[in-house]
Design a protein around this ligand. Structure first.
Ligand SMILES: [Fe+2]
Ligand SMILES: [Fe+2]
Ligand SMILES: [Fe+2]
Length: 293
């Protein structure tokens, strides 16, 4: 199991938000390192722990009249529903099958929640943090490019029909043609996966997922060559982010192949995974390249 420990990139700068997020991230990391019995015992309390944390966060949203609140709260509710559903299989296998099978289901569930939570912090909680900063009059800590890019999460990229495709727009363009062309191609490939005709066809998904994995790896290699050409100071960190994104992709696809997550869950993951790569990680790189031109 791979766990991303708490790191500065997860901070929103809002103490109330970071405290709760940090303690949960550390809790998941401890559970992933724990023995089977400890993990199994902890599963039952996870929904309540997440619920308590989300409730606090939702109070913060109410307090600042946050306009993305309903979308954000629906993500929270979705995770709680997913935990409840996964708990049914953990509990069922604990009572009927071998202890080893329930332990592995518990481990998969914890790892799933930990990964979901990491994405959630980097996308929706980051945006909430920005809104809270603005309300409190705290100077925004994000660089300009990142601020603009985060605005993307406010636009209805996902329409009301819960269609998870991503509408490419200039808001997603970073201004470096070679990077934008790749990002656009990746988005189009992702959209084929997320399309209503494909998402429920397990027979159609594997070649497209394979293609997305290969295209992403090729894109990362191109970006890394570009960083080297530009003597980009953040190359090591950015390269590590690429490696982590590819690991996360591989794990999610493995989970889908093993029927641990549904196609809908896998597509939800790919949605935030792709946007996080484009609108969070690549912004400082593009800003740096543009500044040198
Ligand atoms: Fe949240
Ligand atoms: Fe990229
Ligand atoms: Fe990148």
């Amino acid at each position: 199991m791979t766990t991303t420990p708490w790191h500065a990139g997860l901070e929103t700068g809002i103490v109330e938000l970071d405290k709760g997020n940090r303690s949960l991230v550390e809790h998941f990391a401890a559970l992933e390192a724990a023995d089977d019995a400890t993990r199994l015992a902890a599963c039952a309390g996870l929904e309540a722990a997440m619920y308590a944390h989300f409730a606090e966060e939702e109070l913060l949203m109410q307090g600042c009249g946050y306009e993305m609140a309903s979308h954000h709260c629906s993500e929270h509710a979705w995770l709680l529903g997913e935990i409840r559903q996964q708990m049914v299989t953990v509990t069922r296998s604990a009572s009927s099958a071998s202890r080893a099978s329930s332990a592995s289901k518990a481990a998969a569930m914890i790892s799933f929640i930990a990964r979901w939570f990491g994405h959630h912090i980097l996308t929706l909680d980051a945006d909430l943090g920005r809104a809270l900063h603005a309300r409190k009059g705290v100077r925004d800590r994000q660089p300009d490019g990142a601020r603009e890019a985060l605005e993307v999460s406010r636009t209805p990229l996902v329409d009301q029909r819960k269609n998870w495709t991503i509408a490419w727009s200039q808001k997603l363009a970073l201004g470096v043609d070679v990077i934008d062309a790749d990002h656009r191609a990746l988005t189009e490939l992702y959209n084929r996966i997320a399309s209503p005709e494909v998402i429920n066809r397990r027979d159609l998904l594997p070649p497209l997922l394979g293609e997305l994995g290969k295209a992403t790896a090729a894109h990362f290699a191109r970006e890394e060559a570009l960083m080297a050409d530009h003597h980009y100071a953040g190359i090591a960190e950015h390269r590590a982010q690429h490696a982590r994104l590819l690991d996360e992709f591989g794990e999610q696809i493995d989970d889908w192949y093993a029927h641990r997550v549904s196609s809908a869950t896998m597509v939800r993951f790919l949605y935030t995974w792709l946007l996080r790569h484009i609108v969070t990680y690549d912004v400082p790189l593009a800003t740096n390249i543009l500044a040198r031109q």
